[in-house]
Design a protein around this ligand. Structure first.
Ligand SMILES: Cc1cc2nc3c(=O)[nH]c(=O)nc-3n(C[C@H](O)[C@H](O)[C@H](O)COP(=O)(O)OP(=O)(O)OC[C@H]3O[C@@H](n4cnc5c(N)ncnc54)[C@H](O)[C@@H]3O)c2cc1C
Length: 476
């Protein structure tokens, strides 16, 4: 019997798993996908929000502000890319200036530092912002992060500290028993004293299985463009418009790896797997960002994608032990700013678990640190030479666009919770994220995965189990 089963290996489930690995507890993470962070954690704006925007008094506001403060330390411990670049909300009309006043008031209540900027100050910092800009609100504590890199790092660190992860296990039934819960997946049966539901857009369906307090999740899709690194720094901070009623609006966002994201839209949809992009959505993004920022090189778009917000009908994060079904903890409706809030949500859930399993002892061997796969391209020449001498795989460049070596790919496959798919390798060390989008390196990544995992090349998939790349030989 496990002490705790966490359902879902997105940023919420993995952050909680890491927090619980600080205790001598038997913890298991069950994930239906074949990799960590394949849900919403894979497709969002990657902003560590400052927290001035959520409505004061909500859980969103509370955990956003707390989570933001935790980011520098967590990313240092887990060696994950994080940049504190600040955000600027810009006012283009007199009405927007009124909204900035309201946001400034809200920031005081939420306890978040902000600074008013004049038109001249904005244009000095951000020469590509629309010259008609009237004023702006700088939030210096906002930042950017690698969201899936953080989730992978949390899981790897949790596993180093004793947590188990089982992929390809979709939870189908959860029954309350005398001693806890029986959890049935497509692959097996697991018993646990406590169950934590972090199933993203599916959290309402899992909650319904134990007849917990009712809530429903209706996804809202957000579509994006990704610009190639060669576009350079179009903006230096995250640029927000004044927020719309239903969302934060369409943004221009630098990424930690030097690309630029443009998006997202905010469209309610029915399909919980509906992550396709649409012409209307992308046209809307193009139109909206063009109003805020000039000189956007749309010729440098290398990809578009869609993420799904897990919007709950309660209008706020749901982080609570079910009263109807004690021992079952819902961490649901975690839409934006859920990525930012994740470390603080994990602390809150740790408290709930300690309240249920009141004999938890600290894990004396807990090690908070984890080193990322080395990024060979960033190393000084002498160090590169030394590493190649030790392991010649680092002298073999596989991805020409991003200069990723075979050594990096092999390392990310053999780590705890390591990559088993082409997308898994891409998420961890980035071959295929450059201009050619894998045109050159993908077959070589397939070859390396097959060799390292002891599989045939035609067994290697791009992402999901049906996404086969090779289906048979064309020549004998
Ligand atoms: C367009 C968009 C932009 C956003 N931008 C930001 C931002 O800039 N900053 C910010 O702070 N937040 C942002 N967010 C919110 C943030 O991305 C989410 O809050 C966060 O990723 C949610 O993580 P999660 O772990 O709850 O969900 P997910 O990442 O979806 O993880 C849930 C996991 O549960 C698994 N699962 C589901 N059902 C089952 C089952 N039956 N059995 C086993 N496993 C199951 C899924 O496969 C998935 O891996 C954004 C969200 C969107 C959509």
């Amino acid at each position: 019997m496990y002490d705790v089963v966490v359902i879902g290996a997105g940023i919420i489930g993995t952050s909680i798993a890491r927090e619980l690995s600080k205790y001598e507890a038997k913890v298991l993470v069950l994930e239906k996908a074949n990799d960590i962070a394949n849900g919403t954690t894979m497709a969002n704006s990657a902003i560590v929000h400052s927290g001035y925007d959520p409505v004061p008094g909500t859980k969103k506001a509370e955990f956003n502000v707390k989570g933001n403060l935790m980011y520098p330390q967590i990313c240092k411990e887990l060696d994950v890319p994080f940049k504190s670049i600040g955000s600027i909300t810009i006012a283009l009309t007199d009405e927007d200036v009124e909204t900035l006043n309201e946001l400034e008031e809200r920031s005081k209540i939420n306890g978040v530092p902000v600074q008013r900027l004049t038109r001249e100050e904005i244009l000095e910092r951000e020469p590509n912002v629309n010259k008609e800009v009237k004023a702006g609100l700088l939030a210096p504590t906002a930042g950017i992060v690698g969201p899936w890199e953080l989730a992978i790092a949390c899981m790897e660190n949790a596993m180093e500290n004793g947590v188990e992860l089982v992929l390809n296990n979709k939870v189908e039934e959860i029954e309350k028993t005398e001693t806890g819960f029986r959890i049935t997946t497509n692959e097996g049966i697991y018993e646990a004293k406590v169950v934590i539901n972090c199933a993203g857009v599916y959290a309402d369906e899992l909650n319904a299985k134990v007849h917990g307090e009712e809530f429903a999740i209706k996804p809202k899709s957000g579509e994006y463009f990704v610009l190639d690194k060669r576009s350079g720094n179009i903006v230096n901070s995250v640029i927000f418009p004044c927020p719309a009623k239903k969302s934060k609006g369409v943004l221009v966002i630098p990424t930690v790896h030097g690309n630029t994201l443009l998006g997202p839209t905010s469209t309610p949809i029915e399909d919980k797997e509906g992550n396709e992009t649409t012409k209307e959505g992308l046209d809307y993004v193009r139109d909206q960002v063009g109003r805020m920022v000039e000189n956007i090189p749309f010729g440098n778009v290398i990809r578009s994608f869609t993420g799904l917000r897990a919007t709950a009908d309660r209008g706020d994060f749901i982080i609570e032990e079910s009263k109807k079904c004690p021992g079952f903890i819902n961490v649901a409706g975690i839409e934006s700013p859920g990525l930012t809030a994740a470390p603080a949500i994990a602390l809150e859930v740790e408290g709930l678990v300690k309240g249920i399993l009141n004999d938890l002892k600290p894990n004396k061997n807990f090690n908070p640190y984890r080193n990322r796969v080395i990024h060979f391209e960033e190393l000084p020449v002498e160090e590169k030479g030394e590493i190649i001498k030790e392991n010649p795989q680092y002298g073999n460049i596989i991805c020409r666009c991003e200069k990723i070596t075979e050594g990096e790919i092999v390392d990310c496959i053999h780590r705890k919770g390591g990559a088993t798919t082409v997308k898994g390798v891409k998420k961890r060390v980035r071959p295929g994220t450059g201009r050619c989008q894998g045109g050159f390196c993908e077959p070589r990544v397939v070859e390396i995965l097959a060799r390292e995992l002891g599989k045939n090349m035609d067994e290697i998939v791009y992402d999901g189990p049906e996404s086969r790349i090779l289906i048979g030989r064309t020549k004998k």
